[in-house]
Design a protein around this ligand. Structure first.
Ligand SMILES: [Zn+2]
Ligand SMILES: [Zn+2]
Length: 391
């Protein structure tokens, strides 16, 4: 089959690779009908996540049709259209049983790397480096889905791929970001980053009862989308002092909850941003926490900061004093998609959510390099590129 593979820092290309095969009794094989680029792919391609190897198939947000199931798969049958959570759960371990699927103990066959880096190993993720299991990703004609009954969800009839696709990754990630904030009616929520996850966090915050959502970014098209499609009030951080603006917009109190949908490659304007650029470049710091610092300082006393943007290693100048003295609650994690996907598909089916507006570009796998360049440079209003692999 054809697959889009990592070929070195910021280089991808199409390769002919063997079709995936059933390896365990809970596996299914999917024919991928749509697969999206994601902001976290950029961290992999930029070389900030080690353990990528040449020839690794990338991509972790996808929808497709089941073509084969192994003996112990009960829920799925060939021909079913399913959306698959980007992070792989086993369904049986202590963590999966408590619906913390991204903490699964059993799905990362290379646990020694994250065991060292994080203290304990975390779950496997499709197309996301060998530290996260070395699973083949979804930018391919076919993909193997381990523990398929736990990880694949039937798409209701009548829902086109475009509307269900983001229930794989961007939507449950954004939703979890809002869910972790324990939003109360009347709350004001600030969201940093108006990419796919940020857009979904805005929609989700409203769905969960926020009265106002304020979105922060610097790209005019993304801010316009946050305002026009997701209903947010918007702030351009290159035009205003974000902390002052948020204070003013909330009667001097600050937002009740702040969601970081940016993560380790944040951009910024101040001296601390310059400091992070330098330290990250010489690998004295792995992540640039500009947004995280701002969120912690901007959040109202006693509020919640929820972190969905990906961090990989270490950060400097973490404002611990502000977090502690203001009594903040910090919540974070890779998404527990399997916990949210059924209810999200239901919201989409009822027309309460429609993430399909994230699709601004379509491409063939063969045009993967150009697609990722367009996405990375946010050329021509690019929010998400989706691939439609040819069978
Ligand atoms: Zn992702
Ligand atoms: Zn598990």
């Amino acid at each position: 089959m054809q697959a889009l593979c990592y070929q070195g820092v910021n280089r991808v290309g199409i390769e002919t690779v063997p079709d995936p095969e059933i390896l365990g009794p809970h596996d299914a094989i999917l024919r991928v009908t749509m697969s999206s680029v994601c902001g976290s792919d950029l961290h992999l391609l930029d070389g900030y996540v080690p353990t990528m190897r040449q020839g690794d198939i990338i991509g972790h947000e996808f929808i497709g049709e089941v073509v084969e199931v192994a003996t112990d798969v009960k829920k799925l049958r060939p021909g079913m259209r399913v959306v698959v959570g980007s992070i792989i759960g086993c369904g049986h371990c202590f963590f999966c049983q408590s619906e913390q699927y991204s903490l699964c103990d059993n799905t990362n066959p290379n646990p020694e790397i994250t065991d060292k880096l994080f203290g304990y190993p975390t779950a496997g993720i499709y197309g996301y480096s060998h530290a996260f299991g070395g699973f083949a990703g979804s930018h391919a004609t076919y993909v193997r889905v381990p523990f398929a009954d736990t990880n694949a969800f039937e798409v209701p009839d009548g829902l086109p791929d475009e509307r269900a696709l983001f229930a794989s990754d961007a939507l449950p990630t954004g939703y979890m970001g809002a869910d972790l904030c324990n939003i109360q009616r009347g709350d004001v929520v600030a969201v940093w980053g108006c990419g796919g996850v940020g857009q979904m966090a805005i929609l989700s915050a409203y769905l969960l009862g926020a009265e106002r959502v304020i979105a922060i970014d610097r790209f005019p098209e993304r801010l316009a989308m946050a305002r026009d499609r997701a209903g947010a009030e918007i702030l351009d951080y290159e035009q205003v002092d974000v902390r002052e603006a948020l204070r003013e917009m909330t009667g001097g109190r600050g937002p009740d909850a702040c969601i970081d949908c940016v993560g380790m490659e944040a951009h910024g304007t101040g001296i601390d941003y310059a400091y992070d650029r330098v330290k990250q470049a010489v690998r004295l710091e792995t992540d640039r926490p500009t947004v995280l610092r701002q969120a912690i300082l901007a959040c109202r006393k006693g509020g919640t900061v929820s972190i969905m943007g990906v961090y990989g290693g270490f950060v400097d100048k973490f404002p611990m004093g502000a977090a502690m003295n203001k009594g903040l609650t910090l919540k974070m994690g890779q998404q527990h998609g399997q916990r949210y996907i059924p209810r999200l598909l239901e919201h989409i089916r009822k027309g309460e959510l429609d993430p399909s507006y994230l699709i601004t570009h379509r491409a063939r796998l063969a045009d993967g390099q150009e697609a990722y360049d367009t996405f990375k440079e946010k050329r021509d209003g690019c929010m998400r590129v989706v691939f439609t692999p040819e069978a």
